[in-house]
Design a protein around this ligand. Structure first.
Ligand code: G16
Length: 508
């Protein structure tokens, strides 16, 4: 461990330039083993830096049901990662003190991807093995596949593997569709792990059901470079080299395939983005309509973050009458909030999201599909809803499952991408990144919508926002990159760009 370096468990685990990070990964192997011992269940360890450039890497722990590591353990992770070596030695001696064999219940599941992943995965395995943990290396997987496999494993299916994932979602998709999807969808896989996995899933479904064209499959381009969901969302443009046609459906994954966004061109060849907000609106209105048709009374909610476009929030609250909640950035917060609803649809604007349904509600929907006291129409809507929810990976946002869900809804509604993007018009917006000496001096509150410290920053932002019609802006330190993120929206693109620039200067 280098002196004077402090790392912290950020938005999604430890993340940064891969060189010299072995000690963090080793210690996270140790921590995973301890957590496994405590929970008496397998714990997942994911080695990935998701949307970050190829030279970065990261590590995050996954709890037994496929959920993110409990937040109460994030501070332990940070403490262990930063502890001086003698303390780590003391922790390493624990198995002897508390009696060995210590952790035979532990199963550590690893995934590799970047050039640095091999050595960093070894460091995790070494850390876990130091505690006698039994490690299962599942090799290359998307992040959501690892969450899924872990949840199945701890649910008693100890033989679960990658193939199980494909079979499950391919058959769920085929069961929901009554006719094949009529036009192809082109998917930019960010030159990441999603390319090979999506190809396998598409094979299991069959090209006669849906034609999925994989773009940026990693054969030539670099991971996340000028491509992928983050690039397309932030730059508001297509991945480099993609020749787009009006009204064709395009989608992008991020490097580890847990984010999905769609885009297309209109008839004037303007770039149209259908981001996480539009996907959430599509999912939630579809669920709400089918609940209504099936006469099932359940509490449905949508969870957004401050990045949600103002017009998406207006559309959902004022036109659709759907309950909304707002949390700080980080799927761990959105997921937790989603669980407070019978059915929770959560999405970050960047395309990271899924749907949660508790078992009791799932049973209610399944029962309604066969309820003789209901009309044929009611039963049909309930059955459709049940089959739709079967194609959702409830453990975490999953680009592949979300793609199938979007395709199924569009096909069911007989909608092209045009009808979908017209459900509401986004307010023009811009995201920017500002590099500062120490981003951690910025503290935020009110679900990151207000800056608390430094105290002069929020009044400066408020003053700038007042100058622009429909203006809104907020800033927050990133938990995955060494930058301060700036978000701005306004009545015109020019004003949104201008506001983002002015606020960036205020931050600087
Ligand atoms: C991770 C988190 C997301 C978050 C994103 C950016 O995504 O899982 O919830 O939106 O980081 O976070 P920040 O703005 O703090 O850098 P991913 O896809 O990179 O793992």
């Amino acid at each position: 461990k280098p002196d004077n370096v402090r790392v912290s468990y950020g938005t999604a685990g430890f993340r940064g330039n891969a060189s010299g990070m072995e000690y963090v990964f080793f210690r996270m192997g140790m921590l995973a083993a301890l957590r496994s011992k405590l929970k008496e269940a397998a714990i997942g360890v994911m080695v990935t830096a998701s949307h970050n450039p190829e030279h970065d890497n990261g590590v995050k722990l996954i709890d037994p049901q496929g959920e993110m590591l409990a937040q109460s353990w994030e501070s332990l992770a940070t403490a262990l990662a930063n502890a001086p070596f003698p303390i780590v030695q003391e922790v390493l001696a624990l198995p002897e003190k508390i009696g060995t064999p210590c952790i035979f219940l532990a199963k550590i599941i690893i995934k590799n991807l970047r050039p640095s992943s091999l050595s960093l995965s070894r460091a995790v395995l070494d850390g876990a093995s130091a505690f006698g943990a039994t490690c299962h290396d599942h090799g290359l997987l998307t992040t959501p596949q690892l969450h899924y496999i872990l949840a199945c494993y701890n649910g008693g299916d100890i033989k679960v593997d990658e193939e199980h994932y494909y079979q499950n979602y391919a058959s769920a998709f085929k069961a929901l569709l009554n006719v094949p999807v009529t036009s192809p969808v082109t998917v930019d896989c960010a030159n990441g792990v999603g390319a090979a996995k999506l190809t396998k899933l598409a094979e299991r479904i069959g090209a006669n059901i849906i034609d999925i064209v994989v773009y940026n499959d990693g054969q030539s381009g670099k991971l996340n470079e000028n491509c992928g969901a983050d690039y397309v969302k932030v730059q508001q443009r297509a991945p480099a080299g993609l020749n787009m046609e009006p009204f064709h459906r395009y989608a992008s994954f991020d490097g580890d395939a847990d984010r999905l966004i769609y885009y297309t061109l209109d008839s004037d060849c303007n770039f149209i983005l259908l981001d996480g907000d539009k996907i959430a609106a599509l999912f939630a209105t579809y669920i709400r309509d089918n609940l209504k048709k099936a006469s099932i009374n359940l509490r449905l909610g949508i969870i957004q973050t401050a990045y949600a476009n103002g017009n998406s929030t207006n559309f959902l609250i004022n036109q659709q009458n759907i309950e909304i909640a707002c949390t700080p950035t980080g799927v761990k917060y959105l997921h937790e909030k989603a669980l407070t609803f019978d059915i929770g649809v959560y999405f970050e604007a960047n395309g990271h999201g899924t749907i949660t349904v508790n078992q009791e509600c799932k049973n209610k929907i399944s029962a309604a599909a066969f309820d003789p006291n209901k009309s044929a129409e009611e039963r049909f809507a309930a059955k459709k809803l049940k089959l739709f929810l079967d194609i959702i990976n409830q453990t975490v946002g999953d680009a592949m499952c979300d793609l199938l869900a979007v395709e199924a809804i569009l096909q069911d509604k007989n909608w092209s991408v045009k009808e979908w993007y017209r459900i509401y018009t986004e307010l023009p917006n811009r995201q920017a990144k500002v590099q500062v000496a120490d981003r951690r001096i910025i503290e935020t509150g009110d679900a990151e919508r207000k800056v608390i410290l430094p105290s002069m920053l929020q009044p400066a932002i408020d003053e700038l926002v007042r100058k622009y019609p429909s203006g809104r802006s907020f800033v927050r330190p990133s938990g995955t990159e060494d930058v301060v993120r700036v978000y701005a929206e306004a009545n015109t693109q020019e004003n949104a760009d201008d506001l983002a620039q002015q606020v960036s200067l205020a931050v600087y």
